[in-house]
Structure formats: structure tokens, C-alpha cells
Design a protein around this ligand. Structure first.
Ligand SMILES: *Cc1c(COP(=O)(O)O)cnc(C)c1O
Length: 363
């Protein structure tokens, strides 16, 4: 019996990625160029029904620049979940606006539209749902609320490449949507981010902001950043994009296997009309979550992740008081099992046996 450690996440890099990088290295043109332009077109065609896409050097940069391009700044409030990676609220805070932390629905760990509604003030500029773990947020309810109140919607789709709601891809519901290409995400470019937008003004601002405010060289129109993606990274991303659909099917097949076989733990729910792409397969255990994670690692050589043990509003970087009971409950009870496409049949069996054994033992 294999006792190899099963990691929580594992980027799959093959000869095609190595060859693509080598070709760029040989070309001598390493920075943003033709590869980035092709990657933007292909990403748009494959994932976003042709909606324009702007490549940047990280998902965080995409969120930050997207908010700036949409005109968010000091004096504004943007409602975000507290139960997410810190980049979501960081991006808001870096514009000078104030992130306002809302609670989640426990079924899918995404923003609770009713709680969001209770937080709207005259300063609220927008709502930034996160499609957490690869499950789409409740966009119909959030969009209806935004429309009623005259707010913008910005999507953090960093974990949700290819997720859909009623057939519509995430990243096409708001004024912009952001995907991360960090190595643990469903596809990678090393580091990178993709911003989709159908708003021509936002698109134009994004292209300026990522490149020192220049469209033409040395004709800087606004004060901007260097947030460009390199052709080296785009070359990796282009290969990964061709494999994403197959990897997503494998993630979904792994999830179906766990759904059917796990016993004594809470399994992830999928909303009506939602296509979940299982960036994470997140379960809840009755008690002692941290002990459960330790036992999976130490007794069964299985890497489980806790995303996220500390809600954003409680991080030292924000240190706010807020009463978010579902967020508190999720932060204390969730853990994510390996669900990535590098798992083989034996790995899946080992994961199920380990979880069921620990659940039964009341770990
Ligand atoms: C990964 C992630 C980000 C940030 O993306 P980077 O590419 O790492 O900058 C933002 N939001 C969420 C929810 C993420 O998971």
C-alpha cells in the first residue's frame, strides 16, 4: 500500500508548458507581447463567451486595478465577504475605499444577499461577491439588490474558472470579474490574473493602469502601475487553458465520488442551476476540526487545507468588530480535502477511508 503524501493542491506542469516557455526564451521577447495578447483572446473565447479580457500579473492586481478602473476610491464602501482570502478586501482597501464585511450563507459559503442588503449605506459603491471554492455566488439576488440600490457588482472569480450559473459563466455578471492564475488555482501561469469586462471604459482604464498609464509609449495618460503579465507566464497559461476542461471534469468526478462515499461529515451543496468547479471540496466535521486535519496529515498522510481559519474582519490588518455568525461557524468547522486532477483511484479511496474512519471515531 502506498503511503505517499497526498498534497492538498498540485499544479500539473508538463512538457508542453516547458516547450512553450522555452520558445519564448528563445525568441528573446520576454515581457508583455504577442503571447499575452493571444492568451487574452483564448481565455475570452474558452471561458467568457467572447467578453474582453485584460491580463495582469496577479489576481490581486486585477481586483485592485478593476476597482480603480470602475472609479472606486476614498469615501466609497464596497461590501465584501469576510470569509474569503484577504486579497478581496485588500484590493478594496488599497483603492482608499472601505471594505464592509458581510456574512455568508452556510450552504455555499458565498455572500448572503439579505445581510448584504442590511449593510447598504449612501456611501456604498458596490458589492464584491466571491465565488468561493469554485461555487457561484447568488448572482440573481445580488444583482437585483444592486439594481434596486444603484450599486455596481464586481466579481472575485479567482477560484472559479469555468463555473456557471444557469449556463452563464462567472466573470460575466458584474462590471468586471477577476480570475487568479496562482499555482494552486484550477489553472496556472505561475502568477497571473485575468480581468473580464464588457464595459469599454473599464477595459480602456485597465489597459492603461497595468502599463504606467500608457497606451502609446511615452504618452502617459493617467498615473498607472506596472502590472503587466510576461509572455513567459502567458505561454504557460495558454497551455494550461487547453487542459482546463478536462481537469474540471476530473475535479467534478472526484467530487461525485466523495459525495457518494463520505459518511458522517457535511458535504458541499450545489445550488440549483449552478455548475461547481470544485477549486476546493470543502466538508464540515462535527467537532475538533483542527484535530481532524492533524490526524489526516499525521495518521493518513493526507494534506487537508483550512480555508479560512480567521475571517478577514478579525485579521490584524482590518481588526473590525462585526457580528457574522455564519462566517464564525464556517471558519471554525470547514476543511478542504484534496480534489485536484492529479488524484488517482487509490488516492480517492485512501481519502474516503481516512475521513470515514476519523468521523466514526468522533475525531
Ligand atoms: C487567490 C485569490 C485571490 C488573489 O489572487 P492572486 O493571483 O494570488 O493575487 C483573490 N481572491 C481569492 C478568493 C483568491 O482565492
Amino acid at each position: 500500500m502506498s503511503k505517499d503524501f497526498i498534497p492538498a493542491a498540485k499544479p500539473i506542469i508538463g512538457d508542453a508548458e516547458r516547450d512553450a516557455v522555452d520558445a519564448v526564451l528563445r525568441s528573446g521577447m520576454l515581457a508583455q507581447g504577442a503571447e499575452v495578447a493571444e492568451f487574452e483572446r483564448e481565455f475570452s473565447d474558452v471561458l467568457l463567451d467572447g467578453r474582453p479580457v485584460i491580463a495582469v500579473n496577479s489576481g490581486t492586481a486585477g481586483l485592485h486595478l478593476g476597482l480603480l478602473a470602475a472609479g472606486v476610491g476614498p469615501g466609497d464602501e464596497v461590501i465584501v465577504p469576510s470569509f474569503t482570502f484577504a486579497a478581496t478586501a485588500n484590493a478594496v482597501a488599497l483603492t482608499g475605499a472601505t471594505p464592509v464585511f458581510a456574512d455568508i450563507e452556510l450552504a455555499h459559503y458565498c455572500l448572503d444577499p439579505d445581510h448584504v442588503a442590511s449593510l447598504v449605506t449612501e456611501r456604498t459603491a458596490g458589492i464584491m461577491p466571491v465565488h468561493l471554492y469554485g461555487h457561484p455566488a447568488n448572482m440573481p439576488a445580488l444583482r437585483a439588490l444592486a439594481k434596486r440600490q444603484g450599486l455596481a457588482v464586481f466579481e472575485d472569480a479567482a477560484q472559479a474558472h469555468g463555473a456557471r450559473l444557469d449556463g452563464q459563466p462567472v466573470g460575466t455578471f458584474g462590471s468586471f470579474g477577476v480570475f487568479s492564475l496562482y499555482p494552486t488555482k484550477n489553472m496556472t501561469s505561475g502568477e497571473g490574473g485575468m480581468v473580464s469586462t464588457a464595459d469599454v471604459d473599464v477595459e480602456r482604464q485597465l489597459r492603461l493602469l497595468r502599463n504606467q498609464g500608457m497606451r502609446r509609449q511615452y504618452e502617459n495618460e493617467v498615473v498607472g502601475f506596472n502590472a503587466r503579465m510576461t509572455d513567459l507566464h502567458a505561454a504557460i497559461g495558454r497551455v494550461q487553458l487547453t487542459r482546463l476542461a478536462e481537469w474540471t471534469r476530473q475535479r467534478q468526478a472526484n467530487a461525485r465520488y466523495f459525495d457518494a462515499a463520505l459518511d458522517g461529515v457535511g458535504i458541499p451543496a450545489v445550488a440549483d442551476g449552478a455548475e461547481h468547479v470544485y477549486h476546493q471540496y470543502t466538508i464540515t466535521v462535527p467537532e475538533d476540526r483542527d484535530g481532524f486535519v492533524d490526524a489526516l496529515r499525521d495518521e493518513h498522510q493526507i494534506g487537508a487545507g483550512v480555508y479560512y481559519p480567521t475571517p478577514n474582519h478579525e485579521l490584524p490588518s482590518f481588526a473590525r468588530t462585526a457580528d457574522l455568525p455564519n462566517t464564525a461557524r464556517a471558519a471554525a468547522t470547514v476543511l478542504s480535502l484534496p480534489v485536484h486532477p492529479a488524484l488517482d483511484d487509490e488516492d480517492r479511496e485512501r481519502i474516503v477511508t481516512a475521513v470515514n474512519t476519523l468521523a466514526k471515531a468522533g475525531a
